[in-house]
Design a binder for this molecule. Structure first.
Ligand code: MLT
Length: 309
């Protein structure tokens, strides 16, 4: 299904392994940029900063499975009306209930990366620059390790290459269980002070409001499955030096989750990386300092694609 509005970009829907994936796409340049959102967000977190890039590049921003407009299919939908006896996502109940509870379900970083490959195949894109923020970065590092031939360049934003320490892992698993009774309602209050810089919180009420609304519209099932997937993610650190493409590492100057020192170590561990620390931003530079984020990505992408000519 395609919904067209050329000015706003379009949402395309693609079915892949038990999910209907939704991707916002704009621009028809031969060089592409694929942006992967963080947790628990959707494509809207990139819209303001990435839409301007569509004058020069094909910009794709998917909603990861279980987030935004991407949804898990029911067994009936998957099988064209015939009840399924098994799900394709680990832990999924049989004869899936679409968006309802799935105890123990998780989507791994590798499964999210496989969905990105399905999108690239659908759009017949051989290589792309892939940008991932925070959880999106965990997914981008998994992608870079397993599908280096599909990368033209890599952008890692406010993320890290390490697995969770035990306490953090425990907290994620607790969240995955409790989210079915609370829903996302308690999340914004606890998360927003770490996601947005003090300036953003006091001077940009629209940004605060849209972030809050974005978190509140995510489904418990998607949140739980991704939280369990993050809890089980591998250490990407040993593979960083072998990533064979140029990289850009972007950090927010005031990010308490992925502080600048960590972003510097990440850039140093990559074989060919430049580092940009953006002033006035915490964990979400694309929402907090959109123009600076756009400029950093544009300048990197121009350099990468220039070397392809
Ligand atoms: C995110 O923004 O994606 C989260 O901070 C990732 C995480 O919880 O590790």
């Amino acid at each position: 299904m395609k919904i067209f509005n050329e000015d706003l970009g379009k949402m395309e829907k693609i079915r892949h392994r038990g999910a209907e994936l939704s991707v916002w796409i704009k621009g028809d340049g031969k060089n592409s940029l694929l942006f992967v959102h963080g947790f628990p967000f959707d494509h809207e977190m990139y819209r303001t900063s990435c839409e301007p890039l569509s004058d020069e590049f094909r910009v794709m921003i998917p909603d990861l499975r279980g987030f935004g407009e991407s949804r898990f299919l029911t067994g009936l939908e998957e099988n064209g009306g015939v009840e399924s006896s098994g799900g394709s996502i680990e832990g999924a109940e049989t004869g899936g209930e679409g968006e309802s509870r799935n105890q123990g379900e998780r989507v791994t970083m590798g499964e999210f990366a496989d969905d990105l490959i399905a999108l690239l195949d659908h759009f017949q894109i051989d290589k792309t620059i892939l940008c991932g923020l925070s959880m999106g970065g965990y997914i981008a590092m998994n992608f870079a390790r397993r599908y280096p031939e599909r990368l033209a360049g890599l952008i890692l934003c406010d993320t890290n290459s390490h697995p969770d320490p035990p306490e953090k892992r425990k907290g994620r698993l607790q969240l995955a269980d409790s989210i079915f009774s609370t829903g996302p309602v308690p999340l914004p209050e606890g998360m927003i002070p770490n996601l947005l810089a003090p300036e953003t919180r006091s001077n940009a009420p629209e940004t605060v409001r849209s972030l809050r609304e974005m978190i509140l519209r995510q489904s418990p099932r998607g949140i739980a499955a991704a939280a369990r997937g993050m809890a089980d993610r591998d250490d990407s650190t040993p593979f960083l030096a072998s990533i064979p493409v140029p990289a850009l590492v972007i950090g927010g100057e005031m990010d308490p989750i992925s502080p600048p020192e960590g972003m510097r170590s990440l850039a140093n561990a990559l074989s060919d990386a430049r580092l940009v620390i953006l002033k006035g931003a915490a964990h979400l530079p694309p929402m907090e300092v959109p123009a600076a984020f756009t400029d950093s990505v544009r300048s990197f992408a121009r350099d990468v694609y220039r070397s392809f000519i």
